[in-house]
Structure formats: C-alpha cells, structure tokens
Design a protein around this ligand. Structure first.
Ligand code: NAD
Length: 312
C-alpha cells in the first residue's frame, strides 16, 4: 500500500503533486535544492485549495501530512513512491536519480515527471531500475487527471501496475504508453502545435493572441471531450473517418506543416513574450491561474456526464 510520497523539486509541477497528494490524504515529504521554495509551496497550496476543495470535497489542507526536509536522503528514505520533478535536463536528472536510488527503499517506486526525456537514459545510473518509470502529468497537476506512464527498457510490469493503481487512488486517469518514445504522447502532439505556432509568429502571419483564439474557439472547445481522431471521425460526416480520409487525406501531402522548430531568435522570443504579456491585459500569472482553475473545476464537473456517455 502506497502511503508516503516523496516529491523531489517543488517548482510548478512538484507543488502540484504535493497539493494533489494532500487532497487525497497521503503523507508527503518534499525537497527542493532552493530553500526559498518551502515558503512558495505553502503560498501556492493556500491559493489552489479553494479549487481543490470544490473538486475533491476536501475542506482544508492537512499540513500535518506535509514534511519539508533539507536533504535528498531524508526526502526519500522512508517513501513508498518517489515523484521526481526537477528541471528538465538529462544530466541533472540522471545524477539526482542515482542518489534517489541509493537512499530509497529498494522497492520504492521512482517516477519522473519529465515531459519527454527517455526513461532508460535518465535511470541509467539508478539502483534497481525495474521499479522506475515516467509519470508525466499536466499542469495544474492538482486538477488535471491525465498521467502518462512510460516504461524504460528495464521497467518491470509489477511496478507499472502498482504505479497505475497509485495514480488511480489519487483520482488520475493513467495512460499506459507501450514503450518509451521522445516526447511521449501528449507532448509530442503539443510540441507539433507549438512549433507551427512559432513559425507563424516568426513569419509575421499572426500575433500570439490570434493563434490562441484559433485554438480556443475551435479545436480547443472540442478537445477536452474528443481528441484528434474522434473529432476527425465526426468531421467526415455520416461516413465518418472513411470519408474524412478521402477528402482530407491528400492535404497530408500539402506543405501545411513544418514540424522542425524555427530558431528561437531574440526577435521571435520578444514577439512571443510581448504577445502573451498583451494577452494577459495586466493580469498576473497568479490571477490568470485563479481564472483557469475555476474554469477547469467547472469543466471537469460538467465533462463527467458527457464523457460517460461517449466512453461507455
Ligand atoms: N511546467 C509544466 O507544464 C510541466 C508539465 C509536465 C511535466 N513537467 C516536468 O516537470 C519537471 C519540473 O518542471 P517544472 O515546470 O516544475 O520546473 P520548475 O522550474 O518550476 O521547477 C523545478 C524545480 O526543481 C528544483 N531543482 C533543480 N535541481 C534540483 C536538485 N538537484 N535537487 C532538488 N531540486 C532541484 C528547482 O529548484 C525548482 O524548484 C520537468 O521535468 C518538466 O519537464 C512540466
């Protein structure tokens, strides 16, 4: 039974894991190399809690279940499940995970939040890699139920199943990826969208706001209920995907996408930064996060009845 979770790195994602675990009465031990992050973590738990309360019916965070420690050894030595959430970098993760492997219980599961790095590589120096994997979440982790579980070449099925059950126990919907691939599933898709958007901004066809509206008012509205394939099945009319492929199949050969990212020049970075600043209309990231979180809670509650109708 997984009771104690260790969260390593309490930036955006680590903090989200802490909040989700606390909302599900788990004991959490948190660690970050930056000691200022402890204060930030508490502030963020308090900011996010009204939304967590609405979604999970949990009145208050139980701070007795949260321990913040100052060494990696203390952070992992008694944990049943370790969720690694440090900066996305092969060398950093590989080194840190080797220490996690050394200090943790031999059968404690180690799961990395990485957005696309290969598990076999980041766990190459880890003791007992059979208990290691990727558990890739989505921001904000305390509200988004999605989690991609990606095995490395040495991962054992027993631990994959254990991780799957643990994530389910904290109200997540695991997607079991068959084998490792760079970018996994969702980020591979998101990255394609992101790269095309950067090309369009770089070439001056649209501002960041117009590109965001192109998603928000069309595909984005549908995406939380139906992904690309089911959406396109409906786009084919009564004959579904068969007609869709007949009509739009030839477009696959047209030069609509570039996929290779443009160079992140100063000019492009400044267009994107300025664009998103203008879109924010003077609102801080915190106040935008509050709006997003309220929206997501309402959407998730509403979606439940529709997804049951589609998926059952
Ligand atoms: N931001 C997202 O939307 C998102 C979504 C899914 C997954 N991820 C993944 O989650 C991980 C963390 O991303 P983030 O956005 O939270 O980054 P972040 O920059 O917000 O936080 C990273 C944290 O790691 C800490 N850290 C760095 N080195 C450390 C070390 N050696 N020991 C302990 N702590 C250390 C930093 O101090 C920082 O607090 C990455 O692997 C990223 O790819 C991010």
């Amino acid at each position: 039974m997984i009771k104690k979770i260790s969260v390593i790195g309490t930036g955006v994602i680590g903090t989200g894991w802490v909040i989700r675990c606390l909302a599900h009465n788990k004991k959490v031990v948190a660690f970050d190399k930056d000691i200022k992050s402890k204060k930030k973590l508490i502030v963020e738990i308090k900011r996010a809690w009204p939304f967590v309360k609405k979604l999970f019916n949990k009145n208050k965070p139980n701070f007795k279940n949260l321990k913040y420690v100052s060494t990696i050894e203390e952070a992992v030595k008694t944990a049943d499940f370790i969720q690694e959430c440090v900066t996305e970098n092969y060398n950093l993760k590989t080194k840190l995970i080797s220490a996690i492997g050394k200090f943790s219980k031999p059968n404690a599961i180690i799961s990395s939040s990485s957005s696309g790095l290969l598990p076999t590589k980041i766990y190459s120096k880890c003791k007992n890699p059979s208990r290691t994997m990727i558990g890739h979440p989505f921001n904000p982790v305390y509200l988004c139920p999605g989690i991609e579980i990606v095995p490395g070449k040495k991962t054992n099925k027993f631990f994959l199943n254990k991780a799957k059950n643990f994530y389910k126990s904290i109200s997540m919907n695991p997607i079991m990826v068959k084998k490792e691939l760079p970018g996994y599933l969702s980020d591979r898709l998101q990255e394609a969208l992101w790269r095309e958007a950067l090309h369009i901004v770089n070439e001056g066809y649209a501002k960041t706001e117009d590109l965001d509206r192109a998603i928000e008012d069309g595909p984005g509205l549908r995406y939380s209920l139906m992904g690309t394939f089911l959406t396109f099945h409906l786009a084919g009319g009564k004959a579904g995907m068969k007609h869709m492929l007949k009509q739009f199949g030839p477009a696959l050969k047209l030069p609509w996408t570039k996929l290779k990212a443009p160079k992140l020049t100063k000019k492009l970075s400044s267009r994107v930064i300025k664009g998103t600043r203008q879109q924010s209309k003077g609102k801080s990231v915190t106040s935008l996060s509050n709006i997003r979180d309220e929206y997501l809670v309402n959407l998730l509650k509403m979606r439940k009845k529709y997804e049951n109708r589609i998926r059952k």
